[in-house]
Design a protein around this ligand. Sequence first.
Ligand SMILES: O=C(O)c1ccccc1NCC(=O)[C@H](O)[C@H](O)COP(=O)(O)O
Length: 271
Amino acid sequence: MSSTILDQIVAHKRQEVADRKNLVPTALLERSLYFTSQPVSLRKYVQRPDLNGIIAEYKRKSPSKGMLNAYAPVERTTIGYMQAGASALSVLTDTAFFGGKSEDLTTARKFNFCPILRKDFVVEEYQILEAKSIGADAILLIAAILTKEEVERLAQFAHSLQLEVLLEVHNREELERTLTPHVDLVGVNNRNLHDFSVSIDISKELASFIPDEFVKISESGLSEASSIMELRQYGYEGFLMGETFMKQTRPEKACAAFIDELKKLRQGQPV
Ligand SMILES: O=C(O)c1ccccc1NCC(=O)[C@H](O)[C@H](O)COP(=O)(O)O
């Protein structure tokens, strides 16, 4: 069977983590945690009624679309996202496939008081220590690349560091196989990571299978304010958006225009 992009990302990630452990041993990373700040709750911020549930993502490139934006600075973009009224930030820290780096998140942390999701491909505790050490408030666990035992173990470890956990699923099998009370939010990825097709119907189909105690997030392929309104009817409170903003020269301006349109729709005004 030929390997998928996800297999390639995970294989590369395992090697990368092994190399980083040699460079910065776990004990050293643990010591750096003394200097981290109190985490901000992603769960609470996406539910804040004065905000709009948008988790605005900083991603330079992606396997599905190639280069999105090589020039937008992290400072200006993330500050602008939050000034636009986003509820939280997501920062892609993977270098090989997304052109990100840990320093992008550190920079975003330095300039913003809001929840920051470290968007990466977590397969080991070491990466969670790293997420904490660079200033993240939440981590992502992807059901497609983990067993239930791994999700439970990694989620509990994240909680021991006061980090929240977003579990990402793409179908009912992944949801039923990996859902555990140890996660805080469930994200439905509208993108099929095998063929990159995108459909918000995936979020609609899975909504009723996600128990109410988990905050529901719809992820990927969102580009219309009307889709956000529709997904709210299915119980979604958070909306992870990257490409729609990042493909514009000024992602923060695209985010502001999107949120303005969303606010008008929520107030029943013509857009
Ligand atoms: O974005 C991709 O092409 C991709 C490919 C393989 C694994 C993950 C991928 N994306 C990570 C994400 O989860 C998205 O960046 C995020 O949900 C935002 O999606 P979008 O608004 O479509 O940029």
